[in-house]
Design a protein around this ligand. Structure first.
Ligand code: PMP
Length: 399
């Protein structure tokens, strides 16, 4: 696969070797073109407009929702809520649950130790309000999800299980289908964080069987400030709205307000119309390339990267050689990740260093941070080789 030419970002002189894709991705021309097209031909507010432009904007926006639904293999576009990103999606679930009596004192929310802060803090906030408790699910010594420990933690008190498909600091896959089945056996809801998976492998929420699935657009070639939350229709019907305002209502009076049907009940105010249209454009783009082809391409790059890193003295791959997504974190004893990242930057290689919004995981590993390399569909073998050469050189300067 060679799709770099689709990304104007790489046409600039001295474009970096960009291996910070788990933080955010570059955008293809078709997504950038969608912005110009919308604002030069269709721009208008959606819904309620009598005029032609408003109808066209509404239709394009709702077609975008259908595209997201089909990308996720959702049963219906009614189950797709546009959000500003994965963080907002998870907060939506946690905060609407807080408005119901379904989580009470003594209840538990199980969260994997390698979860992102976005999938920890909203649950802690839910627990602060309700008296429930967040319990971390441990990792095995190999840093894999500890299934026996998880199964032993499940009980009638478990209300929610929240895990990522792929952890953003370690890059390891979690057995989300098995996790979901076991959670459902005790009557718990399952909220899956797909932030690190949607750009790299196909997703089928119906097959997964979970209750909620959140992701961010900007990690899958769409703009920042976009994303979606998929929720099971019966749950979205039963839960209350979380934000009040225009669009989420059916009838408003000072005596009584009734709420709109799905999905609008959860979308107060003018949506990010153009952003949501660009999100659909990005999802259509990866589908045109095919997620299986992207997965094959990135897996080959990851093999080359991990083999190369393993050959550098003292470099430890967190999670060892376990199968991983499109990112890898390294730890080099005696070398601060920030120093390594800064030297790599001076050699025009962009990677991410630090705790990756996974401070509880760093505490568990007893390290301050890692250096993370993450690939996307536009990376090529020459990026990997340049990153490996730069890493060898930087480490020889630091030790
Ligand atoms: N979960 C995971 C696994 C992530 O990698 C990220 C982004 N680093 C998030 C959640 C939060 O995404 P956003 O900041 O786009 O809402």
């Amino acid at each position: 696969m060679n799709a770099r030419a689709d990304f104007p970002f790489f046409a600039v002189t001295d474009a970096p070797v960009y291996l910070d894709n788990a933080a955010t991705t570059q955008k293809p021309a078709c997504v950038l073109d969608a912005l110009r097209r919308f604002y030069t031909s269709t721009n208008s507010n959606v819904h309620r407009g009598a005029h032609r432009l408003s109808r066209a904007a509404t239709e394009t926006h709702e077609t975008a929702r259908s595209a997201v639904a089909s990308f996720l293999h959702a049963a219906s576009p009614r189950e797709v809520l546009f959000t500003s990103g994965c963080t907002e999606g998870i907060n939506l679930v946690a905060q609407t649950l807080a408005l119901t009596a379904s989580v009470k004192e003594g209840d538990e929310v199980l969260v994997s130790t390698d979860a992102h802060h976005s999938n920890i803090v909203p649950w802690q906030m839910l627990c602060e309000r309700t008296g429930a408790k967040v319990r971390p699910i441990p990792l095995t010594p190999e840093l894999q999800f500890d299934m026996p420990a998880y199964l032993s933690m499940l009980s009638g008190r478990t209300r929610v299980v929240a895990v990522p498909v792929i952890s953003n600091a370690l890059g390891l896959h979690l057995p989300v289908e098995e996790i979901t089945r076991a959670a459902h056996d005790v009557g718990a809801l399952v909220c899956i964080d797909g932030a690190q998976s949607v750009a790299h492998e196909p997703v089928d929420v119906q097959k997964l069987g979970c209750d909620f699935f959140a992701f961010s657009g900007h990690k899958v070639y769409a703009p920042t400030g976009t994303g979606a939350l998929w929720g099971r229709e019966s749950l979205l019907e039963a839960l209350p709205p979380w934000k009040g305002g225009g669009e989420m209502i059916n009838q408003v009076s000072f005596a009584r307000t009734t709420y709109n049907r799905l999905p609008f009940k959860y979308e107060a105010g003018t949506p990010n119309i153009c952003g949501n249209i660009m999100l659909a454009e990005a999802l259509n783009y990866v589908q045109r390339l095919s997620l299986s082809a992207i997965h094959r391409h990135e897996s080959a790059l990851m093999r080359e990267l991990c083999e190369g890193l393993q050959q550098i003295p003292d470099v430890q791959l967190l999670g060892g050689s376990a199968p991983r997504g499109s990112l890898v974190s390294i730890h080099v004893p005696g070398v601060h990740p920030y120093d390594l990242g800064t030297l790599l930057d001076q050699m025009n290689v962009a990677v991410r260093t630090g705790h990756h919004c996974c401070q509880p995981l760093m505490q568990y590993l007893d390290i301050t941070g890692t250096t993370r390399f993450s690939v996307a569909l536009y990376n090529q073998s020459d990026d990997i080789q340049r990153a490996l050469t730069a890493t060898r050189k930087a480490l020889s300067m630091l030790r």
